[in-house]
Design a protein around this ligand. Structure first.
Ligand SMILES: CCCCCCCC/C=C\CCCCCCCC(=O)N[C@@H](Cc1ccccc1)C(=O)O
Ligand SMILES: [Zn+2]
Ligand SMILES: [Zn+2]
Length: 478
């Protein structure tokens, strides 16, 4: 399976071995990046001082990247960065590596060390952005810097796009870079972005980690529900108030999960691929989903993470109402954030929601919506997927399970969907459920070892992508 054949004569491969000094520089550079608080608060509302400082910082720590003649660097939307690395063989279709330099806010409360300190403790570097997503920003540039120092010249061109507002929609970063590339007529072989990991301990009876490469991404719908009622004196209240009506409506939504879509796509494919790794009887259950599908589907619902894989989720995220203690509230508003399963559309979700609320007094306002992303290929012919597999095999020989999955959050890659059919969301680092909770949470941290291996992975990946071989089909014997 995978990439085959021996290509024509080419430059010798550069081994992914780093000196002790390089390893120290690598981790210190990441710490410095964490110390710059590139926080996004709201669309258009960022720490612009920090973003500008970050632009200077990468120039300082990756000087070779910035002075190499075959690399063009452009600042887009004021703070995002686009690198065009010109390969020596124009017949090879370019690809793109994505990451984002902004982070979500991190109040000090609850952190073992201040979130923008970048402190190292017990082999871990702490801080906002260590997993989401300065690790990728720095690892991509670090791997390229180290390759260039070793006189590497790529055969296949590639882009590196570093957005500055992914955490608040990507409208000024990724969307502008995407428009620029489209205007230049760029079509990409594939994209690699954040969005999944080598998952360790997510499935109770699976005792080994597995790499989940997300080949699709959930959509979203932010819906504002509003109820207007005539205001008046609270001493003679009406039977129902705008608050009561709206609270009942959102409660109905919370109590009525949208349909379980298990049976229509990727999670089943993932479990089938994992089946042989489980012991009896789980292996039998997962390899016979035609029979045990309903049982597995119910089990998936029980855990809040696997639940997010099988259905469109409903999260009531905002509620606003009332103006004074003794005034019947004229208006109540609530925002509900739906994450749409790839087997559904925005319109279908909207219809379902209206039927659940079933109250004409509730008005619906779509604040914004994004359709789920198409499923990228993960077969033997899929270059991006196969390159990730191949690189995993050499950098993580202990990880022998690779499966396609769904990204339950949204990534900047969605803004580039018209440039390629192959979008792969994968960070080459181990992640436990506890570490998953630290993303946007507290005590986000990365082990120095994990970070070094991420650099190694990208160092290898860039070289692997120089193949001119199309992935070969696996010949099945009859
Ligand atoms: C059986 C196996 C279980 C597997 C479970 C899956 C485990 C999940 C692993 C990784 C998911 C991490 C995702 C990291 C990417 C986070 C990206 C993000 O936060 N995006 C924002 C973007 C956004 C969108 C709209 C407005 C503002 C920001 C998001 O989705 O909210
Ligand atoms: Zn992110
Ligand atoms: Zn994030």
């Amino acid at each position: 399976k995978g990439l085959g054949g021996k290509g024509p004569q080419r430059a010798p491969r550069i081994p992914s071995e780093f000196s002790p000094e390089e390893r120290v520089t690598m981790k210190e550079s990441l710490k410095g990046a964490i110390q710059i608080p590139t926080v996004s608060f709201n669309p258009g509302e960022y720490n612009t001082t920090a973003l500008a400082e970050f632009g200077q910082y990468i120039r300082e720590v990756f000087p070779t990247v910035f002075k190499t003649s075959f690399i063009q660097h452009e600042v887009v939307g004021e703070y995002s960065h686009l690198f065009t690395v010109q390969g020596s063989d124009p017949s090879l279709q370019p690809y793109m590596l994505l990451a984002h330099i902004d982070v979500v806010p991190a109040p000090d409360q609850g952190w073992e060390v201040p979130p923008f300190s970048g402190l190292e403790r017990d082999g871990f570097i702490y801080g906002r952005g260590t997993l989401d997503n300065k690790n990728s920003v720095m690892a991509i540039l670090q791997a390229l810097e180290l390759l260039l120092i070793r006189n590497y010249i790529p055969r296949r061109s590639f882009f590196i796009a570093l957005g500055h507002d992914e955490e608040v929609s990507g409208a000024n970063g990724a969307q502008k870079i995407s428009a620029l590339l489209q205007a230049r007529g760029v079509q990409l072989a594939f994209i690699v972005d954040e969005g999944s990991f080598i998952l360790d301990g997510f499935i109770p009876s699976l005792n080994k980690p597995f790499a989940m490469i997300s080949v699709s991404e959930k959509g979203s719908l932010n819906l504002m529900l509003q109820v207007n009622m005539t205001p008046g004196h609270s001493s003679a209240p009406p039977e129902e108030t705008s608050i009561g009506i709206l609270a009942a409506a959102v409660s109905r939504l919370e109590q009525t999960p949208l349909p379980n879509m298990f049976g229509s796509g990727l999670p089943e494919m993932m479990l089938q691929q994992l089946a042989t790794e489980f012991s009896f009887p789980v292996n039998i259950v997962f390899s016979n989903l035609w029979l045990f599908g309903p049982l597995v589907s119910r089990l998936m619902e029980r855990n809040y993470i696997t639940n997010a894989l099988v259905r469109t989720t409903t999260a009531i995220t905002m509620f606003k109402a009332g103006i004074k203690v003794n005034v019947i509230p004229p208006m109540a508003q609530s925002t509900v954030n739906f994450r749409i399963h790839p087997a559904q559309t925005v319109q279908e979700v909207l219809e379902l929601v209206k039927n659940i609320v079933a109250d004409d007094r509730v008005q619906f306002h779509v604040l914004n919506a994004f359709e789920p992303l198409p499923v990228s290929p993960s077969d033997d012919q899929a270059l991006g997927y196969q390159l990730i597999r191949q690189t995993l095999q050499s950098v993580f020989p202990e990880v022998n399970i690779v499966a396609p999955g769904i990204c339950i959050a949204q990534t900047d890659s969605r803004h580039y969907a018209h440039l390629t059919t192959g979008i792969y969301r994968f960070n080459p680092i181990y992640l436990t459920p506890q570490e998953f909770r630290s993303i946007h949470g507290i005590n986000e941290k990365i082990s120095v070892r994990n970070y070094e291996t991420q650099v190694k992975f990208i160092f290898e990946f860039i070289q692997n992508a120089d193949t001119d071989q199309e992935p070969v089909s696996h010949l099945h014997e009859l």
